[in-house]
Design a protein around this ligand. Structure first.
Ligand SMILES: NC(=O)c1ccc[n+]([C@@H]2O[C@H](COP(=O)([O-])OP(=O)(O)OC[C@H]3O[C@@H](n4cnc5c(N)ncnc54)[C@H](O)[C@@H]3O)[C@@H](O)[C@H]2O)c1
Length: 242
């Protein structure tokens, strides 16, 4: 039985990941800052548990991991999907905004992975961790100093964790979604000018469904990816290829 913990599970890519992992038979722990949303998602999945967490808070991350182990009897897979996006031109970007975005996206991914990995080490049965980067892990869009800065960090964080955790059989990979149809991108996709500009850069000419990102997470947390660690898997309709 695979026990999987998903942060950011209350919405978008995290919610889709929780659903796809539950469909393959995992016991899923749905964690989110928005506890009500986490409960809503968990209630729709057989055997799932909802947990409130702020991924920037290390003690809350420890409590989340403990709750997962208490519920599932172990911890095999983690998908760190919690994230925020705040755009502003670098010349005007407030330091507090920059810090907040880095704190949630980069430090939050680190704390989630570190606290989960400590438990996986102690449990002694290995594991798989997937961080959610972005196409912005590899390139920047206007106004992306904070977001692309944080997501570039997530890419190298994933590689560093892969190296450090390999001796315990813990694999770490980074998924890089392109434009995905979730509440985070809703405003950009609803604005016709911004939508055409974005879709014009995507060879497949459409946004991703969040389940298409979730399927990549499912692969990377499966035995089929047993020799894959430290990888970056773009799921972007070809954006980075062009
Ligand atoms: N939507 C896209 O186009 C897109 C593209 C590339 C990467 N991503 C990344 O995918 C991930 C998921 O994004 P999404 O589109 O599903 O967004 P979303 O806004 O739909 O969901 C994000 C979830 O994270 C939760 N969250 C935010 N801060 C948190 C915190 N401190 N602690 C715990 N939970 C917190 C929110 O409550 C929300 O439920 C993010 O890391 C995002 O940067 C999204």
């Amino acid at each position: 039985m695979t026990v999987s913990l998903v942060t950011g599970a209350g919405s978008g890519i995290g919610a889709a990941t929780a659903a796809v992992l539950a469909e393959r038979g995992d016991t899923v722990i749905c964690a989110d800052l928005n506890e009500e949303a986490a409960h809503r998602v968990a209630a729709s999945l057989p055997g799932a548990l909802a947990v409130g967490v702020d991924v920037t808070d290390e003690e809350a991350c420890d409590r989340m991991v403990q709750a997962a182990i208490d519920h599932g009897g172990g911890l095999d897979a983690v998908a760190a999907c919690a994230g925020i996006e705040i755009g502003a031109n670098a010349l005007d970007l407030e330091a507090a905004t920059f810090r907040r975005v880095v704190e949630v996206n980069l430090t939050g991914s680190f704390l989630t992975a570190q606290r989960a990995a400590r438990a996986m080490r102690d449990l002694g049965r290995g594991g798989a961790i997937v961080l959610i980067g972005s196409i912005n892990s590899q390139m920047a869009l206007p106004g992306g100093a904070a977001y692309a800065g944080s997501k570039g960090g997530v890419l190298l964080l994933g590689r560093a964790l892969a190296v450090d955790l390999a001796p315990w059989g813990i694999r770490v990979n980074v998924v890089g979604p392109g434009v995905t149809d979730t509440p985070m991108s809703a405003a950009s996709l609803a604005d016709q000018t911004r939508r055409s500009r974005l879709l014009g850069r995507i060879p497949l000419a459409r946004p991703a469904d969040p389940r298409e990102i979730a399927q990549a997470v499912a692969f990377l947390t499966s035995e089929a990816a047993g020799y894959v660690t430290g990888a970056f898997l773009a799921v972007d309709g070809g954006w980075l290829a062009g």
